[in-house]
Design a protein around this ligand. Structure first.
Ligand SMILES: Nc1ncnc2c1ncn2[C@@H]1O[C@H](COP(=O)(O)OP(=O)(O)OP(=O)(O)O)[C@@H](O)[C@H]1O
Length: 486
């Protein structure tokens, strides 16, 4: 931040409704308090201010041109509410001296110009098909007004078919945009980042099908506004599936690096994923539930129950590439300003001394979780200690066992206070790369909620390949318990 601005101090008394309040601007913070008791001191860091605007005069005749009121201005800001949720707030104040108002508005607006990473020209994709088919309403209700207050110019593109978002990104110029975002579920987010990475490969002449190539990092950051059925990616990034929180994270412009995992068959890149690649139970559920899309998010309950009681097991062989002894998982949580993710940016895989190990057996499910995969139905997720940007996946191996044990697994997954790692039929390993080969019978893969038909695959983590708008989950992110451990 400009050091002259950093040093500037303002102090004035304003009218706020019927009260008089003292406002101080000092050291990057706005502090206000009642002039008379009771004291109601509030502190607002400038990085949480969305915009500062002079108000318009009330027109008595609606056909008159709107005129600025020289005596009133409003500070629009974001505030962390409960847990991970953020809310929009504003403070409107009045002064009898217009010079005071001008000075405050100009100084605060100059401060805000220093937040260079905030988006100004956003390309926003809306998927009208996913979730409850209300993504457009989510945009209108939660996003449009806030983007307008923040001065973000939004170009809305409503998808007409599957893969249209991906194709658009690969084939069109994005030069006029400094950011892209979507309102949709995990499948929509997946289209967005698959398109961005393929586009970058095309621009830089990189062969995406070559697993040994470093995939280029897209220059453009992405925002994720939940509007699907599960919204796992949005939930893991923001710590909530609240759309307002997601919109505010985009507006405030803070960024994080998110790992992506590239999945290949023998010859080609099949796709990249951000949440989970899952074979067996979740693969079967994705395949089966797609036929019941008319049920909305409830299709997962219906298909999930059917596949749980049918209790199919699948034989397979898994090869895991990891530097950890036996791929042991470290139980360090991932929060905002995460040290593990920060230090992983500079790691060179070649220097880590990774080794391949193989595992085989009959599995109910094999999952490669890139993030915890927490969502509203599973507050801790399948891999609670997975990080957003540490360059590793957590492989969750669920051995084939009884229906009762499958039920225990699902109850644990829906609990907010117990994990699955101590169940005797579960093994969790960390890996930088993994390969899977079916040895008898076959399921499908569930890749970020989409069905992937190729069975024998190889997957490689690409550390922080994607830049996303978020401050991350807060350290004190407490979730109300919804279900007991079983
Ligand atoms: N206009 C459209 N018509 C049909 N399908 C579309 C359209 N736009 C996008 N799609 C596809 O819709 C599918 C579902 O979208 P999405 O994943 O966002 O919702 P969801 O499956 O309900 O949510 P989640 O993945 O979070 O459970 C994706 O495969 C996406 O590619």
């Amino acid at each position: 931040m400009d050091s002259e601005l950093e040093k500037s101090v303002l102090l004035s008394t304003f009218h706020c409704g019927k009260k008089k309040i003292r406002i101080i601007l000092h050291q990057g913070k706005i502090v206000w308090d009642n002039e008379k008791p009771p004291s109601e001191k509030r502190t607002l860091p400038l990085e949480n201010v969305i915009s500062v605007q002079q108000n318009y005069k009330r027109n008595t005749n609606p056909s008159d041109l709107q005129q600025l009121d020289p005596y009133i201005f409003t500070i629009h800001y974001a505030e962390r509410n409960k847990g991970s949720k953020w809310v929009y707030k504003n403070l409107t104040v009045k002064h009898s001296d217009s010079a005071q108002v001008t000075m405050w508005v100009k100084t605060l607006q100059n401060y805000l110009k220093n937040f260079k990473s905030r988006p100004k020209h956003l390309l926003l994709f809306v998927n009208p098909f996913g979730g409850k088919k209300n993504a457009m309403q989510i945009y209108e209700k939660f996003a449009k007004h806030l983007f307008s207050i923040a001065g973000v110019e939004v170009t809305v593109n409503v998808s007409q078919r599957k893969d249209q978002i991906k194709d658009f990104i690969v084939n069109h110029s994005l030069d006029i945009f400094d950011s892209v975002a979507c309102v949709g579920g995990d499948g929509t987010v997946s289209e967005l980042f698959n398109g961005l990475v393929l586009r970058e490969c095309k621009i830089r002449g990189v062969d995406p099908d070559d697993i040994d190539q470093n995939l280029p990092r897209p220059r453009i950051p992405i925002g994720i506004i939940p509007g699907g059925s599960t919204d796992t990616i949005a939930y893991c990034i923001h710590g909530t599936d609240d759309p307002t929180t997601a919109v505010l994270h985009i507006i405030l412009g803070d960024k994080l690096g998110l790992d992506l995992v590239s999945v290949y068959d023998e010859h080609n890149l099949l796709r990249l994923y951000a949440s989970v690649l899952s074979y067996g139970y979740l693969g079967d559920v994705a395949y089966h539930s797609d036929q019941y899309r008319w049920m909305g998010p409830r299709r997962y309950d219906y298909s999930g129950f059917k596949k749980l009681v049918s209790n199919r097991g699948y034989h397979g062989e898994l090869a895991v590439f990891s530097e950890m002894e036996g791929g042991v998982v470290e139980e360090i949580p991932c929060h905002e300003k995460c040290d593990k993710c920060e230090s992983s940016k500079k790691l060179q895989i070649g220097e880590l001394g990774c080794k391949w190990q193989t595992f085989s057996g009959k599995f109910f499910m094999v999952s490669g979780a890139n993030i915890s995969c927490a969502c509203a139905r599973s507050p801790k997720g399948i891999a609670p200690h997975a990080h957003l940007g540490d360059g590793m996946v957590h492989l969750v191996l669920v051995k084939h066992t009884s229906v009762l044990n499958n039920l225990r697994l699902l109850l644990r997954l829906s609990s907010s206070d117990s994990c699955i790692d101590d169940l005797p039929f579960i093994e969790i390993l960390s890996a930088r790369e993994f390969c899977f080969r079916a040895t008898e019978g076959s399921s499908k893969w569930n890749c970020d909620g989409e069905v992937q038909h190729q069975i024998n695959i190889r997957a490689k983590v690409r550390c922080q390949l994607l830049t996303i708008f978020s401050r991350g989950r807060p350290k004190d992110n407490s979730i109300d318990p919804t279900c007991c451990g079983f």
